[in-house]
Design a protein around this ligand. Structure first.
Ligand code: FAD
Length: 283
């Protein structure tokens, strides 16, 4: 199918884009980023926005700053850049690895981190990774600016707190458990498909008093943290008994509520694989 007709705007500045979006938001106007989710939805007429505001010409939205363990990623940063850039891999290898799992190279060359996070597919690697880092997500509109923590941002299947007239401009975070062990695992039936389930986790660096972080994705209607498991992950964790692991992950999956038995098994298996990749045996 072909999309229904729409007006196309391609502003050169963020201010102009916010004005354009404010004008058409009530009638269902939408922001276009990499188009890798929106264009298929337009072609299938799942959405029929009267106006598209393309963010592709706004250079400030495509910028990245990495200082030590601190990241600021403009919303138009492509997942291809995150997968390839040596400075990203050096500062946070988990993020580069997660980005390399997003679709195929063609998808990654256009798809953006802002689009992925705003679209909020429950299997999206970037949404899961931003939740792991508890990123601060900046949203702007002609009404002003607000910052949302990733933990409060994802509301459900393809649902977030972004208002119709808001543009996600950038994401800020510190690398969680910098210098510590980590694991990222997912299962997809074919290379490039969306994950059926996945897990990302970090352990504190040696000498740190922090706890680890862990996220499951593709399992429920949104990615979610695993707080019971996290309390078990310290710098020296090298082994978890099967009973302790099952109890903690079971608690965390119960708290989400919408997990089928099949997804639960797959999700728990991927958490275990991610732990193994991080040097933690479950036996
Ligand atoms: C074959 C195929 C395989 C794929 N595999 C995967 C995969 O394995 N993992 C994965 O995570 N994704 C996958 N994707 C989706 C891809 O990652 C998309 O690029 C991503 O979901 C959306 O990013 P985008 O920049 O293309 O956004 P768009 O498609 O342009 O926009 C998506 C939605 O977000 C909104 N939006 C975009 N940017 C902003 C912003 N800055 N502020 C406010 N709203 C915004 C749009 O209005 C739209 O509603 C796949 C896509 C295809 C076609």
């Amino acid at each position: 199918m072909k999309p229904s007709s729409f007006l196309y705007r391609a502003p050169a500045t963020l201010g102009r884009a916010l004005d354009d979006l404010a004008e058409c938001a009530e009638e269902g106007g939408k922001v276009l980023a990499g188009g890798q989710s929106l264009l298929p939805m337009l072609n299938y007429r799942l959405v029929r926005p009267p106006v598209l505001v393309d963010l592709g010409n706004i250079t400030e939205l495509a910028e990245q700053t990495i200082t030590g363990r601190g990241f600021r990623l403009g919303a138009m940063t492509t997942t291809g850049r995150l997968a390839r850039a040596p400075e990203v891999r050096a500062a946070w290898p988990l993020l580069a690895t997660a980005a390399s799992w997003v679709g195929h190279v063609q998808i990654r060359s256009r798809g953006t981190i802002g689009g992925s996070v705003a679209h909020a597919d429950p299997s999206a690697e970037m949404a899961a990774t931003m939740l792991l880092a508890d990123a601060r997500i900046t949203l702007k509109s002609t009404r002003g600016e607000r910052v949302e923590q990733a933990g409060d941002f994802f509301l459900g299947y393809l649902s977030t707190t972004v208002e119709d007239d808001e543009i996600l401009t950038h994401l800020d975070f510190e690398v969680p458990n910098a210098g510590g062990r980590w694991g990222f695992e997912e299962f997809a039936p074919r290379h490039g498909d969306f994950a059926e389930a996945g897990a990302a986790l970090t352990l504190p660096a040696d000498g740190s008093e922090e706890h680890g972080r862990a996220v499951s994705f593709g399992v429920a209607d949104r990615p979610f943290r695993l707080p019971s498991l996290e309390t078990l992950l310290t710098a020296s964790t090298g082994r978890l008994s099967r009973g302790v692991f099952n109890g903690a992950v079971g608690n965390d999956f119960d708290a989400v509520g919408t997990v089928t038995a099949e997804k639960r098994d797959m999700g728990a298996h991927l958490v275990e694989r991610a732990l193994r990749a991080a040097g933690v045996a479950v036996d």
